[in-house]
Design a protein around this ligand. Structure first.
Ligand SMILES: [Zn+2]
Length: 290
């Protein structure tokens, strides 16, 4: 967790405790699940929060992970203005009174509003995709990234290199080549980070020192994974020079590496696939007649 979030959280312990008390428990039988919990939103963030909530997208991402891998305990995902930090995975938070709050993920309403606003700007004059659709897809990627942190922490997965890059890879692995979600998730995240990079302006020491890769690098990484996942389908990323050819030649191998690495790391935690439905019982043999 970034240090600035740790500082912000110290002032929020009461809100955290309240939100945790309201969290629903998981329904199935393995050790735990990601559990989505929407809270209250300030007036300014209600529209974006309502778009996301009505889409059911967060529940779909959680259900995808819950159905595939076993977690040792529930990890609530609080989407609300009551914990106005993040998006962030918060491991084992110690409150002022010494109570340890188990792992959770926080997504504040102001982040959803920012996503919607920047998607409106990015998609001005673009037909066929609405800012709301792009906001939902980008948020699927962002929340899958936070779930990746939670998996690394709760399953003690090895990580070499920067964890932030690794869990970007998890979000791409989970969503981009998955027919239930698709590459639009990673592309929307790239659009959003591109917008945020423009807002940021000149890079400073803080950007270089940050635990995340520079926003522009993340944008190109996401485009590289998308292209690498299906080079024929996404060749326009290269022909339009959105993705430089010098990087594009590596992207097929990079995609294979990220997907086989996450597949290998998570294989020991995979839930057994549901058994196929039993075939219908054969009709009883007719009673012999004499
Ligand atoms: Zn992160």
């Amino acid at each position: 967790m970034p240090a600035r979030l740790t500082a912000a959280l110290c002032a929020l312990t009461a809100a955290v405790a309240l939100a945790i008390a309201a969290a629903p428990a998981s329904a199935d039988t393995d050790g735990g699940d990601f559990v989505i919990e929407y809270g209250h939103f300030n007036k300014a963030n209600r529209k974006a929060a309502s778009i996301l909530r009505r889409s059911g997208a967060m529940e779909a991402v959680a259900a995808e992970i819950n159905a595939r891998w076993a977690l040792p305990a529930d990890v609530p995902i609080y989407i609300s203005d009551e914990i106005p930090v993040g998006p962030a995975f918060i491991p084992d938070l110690t409150l002022d009174d010494g109570t340890v709050v188990p792992d959770f993920i926080a997504v504040p309403g102001k982040f959803l509003t920012l996503e919607l606003k920047e998607m409106r700007r990015q998609l001005k004059g673009v037909r066929g995709i609405t800012p709301a659709e792009a906001m939902i897809a980008a948020n699927e990627f962002v929340v899958a990234h936070e779930m990746g942190h939670a998996l690394v922490h709760s399953l003690t997965l090895p990580v070499t290199g920067k964890e932030e890059d690794a869990v970007d890879g998890f979000a791409a692995y989970l969503l981009a080549d998955n027919p239930k979600f698709g590459p639009f998730t990673a592309f929307s995240a790239a659009m959003f980070f591109d917008a945020i990079a423009r807002l940021r302006g000149r890079l400073t020491a803080a950007d270089f020192a940050d635990e995340h890769s520079i926003l522009e690098q993340r944008v190109y990484q996401f485009l590289c994974w998308i292209y690498g996942s299906d080079q024929r389908r996404f060749k326009s990323l290269v022909t339009t020079k959105l993705l430089p050819r010098a990087r594009a030649v590596r992207c097929g191998d990079e995609w294979k590496q990220v997907t086989t690495s996450w597949g290998t790391l998570l294989a020991p935690h995979a839930l057994a696939p549901a058994p196929p439905a039993a075939p219908p019982a054969p009709a009883p043999a007719p009673a012999p007649t004499r």
